[in-house]
Design a protein around this ligand. Structure first.
Ligand code: ATP
Ligand code: MG
Length: 255
């Protein structure tokens, strides 16, 4: 359903490709973790998938159609099928949990309603539902600036869910969280992914977390795919090849 065909990206002024000839096909229901050292191209790949970055050559296809051939309105429609969560949450600190979550409807609304911040009762009801789904009902009216990092990321997930996405994308969504909270966020992503049959694609540095939750691992090195397989196929050897270091690796497949 989502294909990257010979995708390469070279940023202006650079002599090297940030992504080089990537060929990947992702199916609905997969939980994919993207691994790779800093600078390997993970964020660039996520930006190509959500249409924020146009490949220098090659194309990203969604349900058979190239994003680069889509008109503005069609691209907007595709984008709202892609929920996105971020390392630094990208929330508005002074607004409440529910106000932040409601901005997830913006892709569906006309810009005048967005401008005046008017939301229907139905939209508010849907927002309350996704807030309950991430177990934050008791905090719906609290300002986001008063929440912990893990709670903020749950707001980020609720906002993405309100878009009723088919794909959930994450660019290092747990990199600023402690290990226990990171596990909790991944477990929530896993739950949402199963309940809604989402295609989930998450960039992550923690290999153990990736192995625990992903159905498929893709590893990048210097902009190229050097591993694409099941978590149990990802061995110490692969780890060494990607990170060139034994640090932070313990082999665990237990949940
Ligand atoms: N906007 C940009 N302009 C120029 N070069 C860029 C830009 N964004 C990324 N790059 C370069 O492209 C390469 C891939 O970067 P990218 O951010 O995709 O890596 P990453 O795997 O996400 O790294 P990290 O783990 O640090 O987030 C790097 O060499 C980076 O310096
Ligand atoms: Mg990155």
């Amino acid at each position: 359903m989502l294909e990257l065909n010979e995708v390469s990206v070279r940023y202006p002024g650079s002599k090297l490709d940030a992504l080089s000839d990537i060929n990947l096909t992702f199916e609905q229901g997969e939980f994919v973790c993207i691994l790779g050292k800093s600078g390997s191209g993970k964020s660039t790949m996520i930006r190509c998938i959500n249409g924020l970055q146009t490949p220098t050559t090659g194309e990203v296809r969604w349900k058979g159609q190239a994003l680069s051939n889509m008109k503005e309105e069609q691209l907007r429609k595709v984008r709202r099928q892609m929920g996105m969560i971020f390392q630094h949450f990208n929330l508005v600190p002074r607004l409440s949990v529910i106000q932040n979550v409601l901005t997830g409807t913006f892709g569906y609304r006309n810009s005048f309603k967005n401008l005046i911040g008017w939301f229907s009762d139905q939209e508010k009801q849907q927002a309350k539902q996704v807030i309950a789904d991430v177990d934050l009902s008791s905090m719906a009216d609290r300002r986001v600036e008063h929440l912990s990092g893990g709670q903020k990321q749950r707001v980020g997930i609720a906002r993405a869910l309100l878009q009723q996405p088919q794909i959930m994308l994450g660019d290092e969504p747990v990199s600023s969280l402690d290990p226990g909270t990171s596990n909790h966020i991944f477990s929530l992503l896993d739950q949402m992914h199963k309940q809604r049959n989402l295609l989930t694609i998450i960039n992550v540095h923690d290999v153990n977390l990736a192995k625990r939750y992903a159905t498929r691992l893709v590893a990048l090195k210097n902009g190229q795919v050097i591993f694409d397989g099941k978590p149990e196929e990802f061995t110490n050897q692969e780890f060494l090849e990607i990170y060139e270091s034994k640090d932070n690796y313990t082999d665990s497949n237990t949940r």
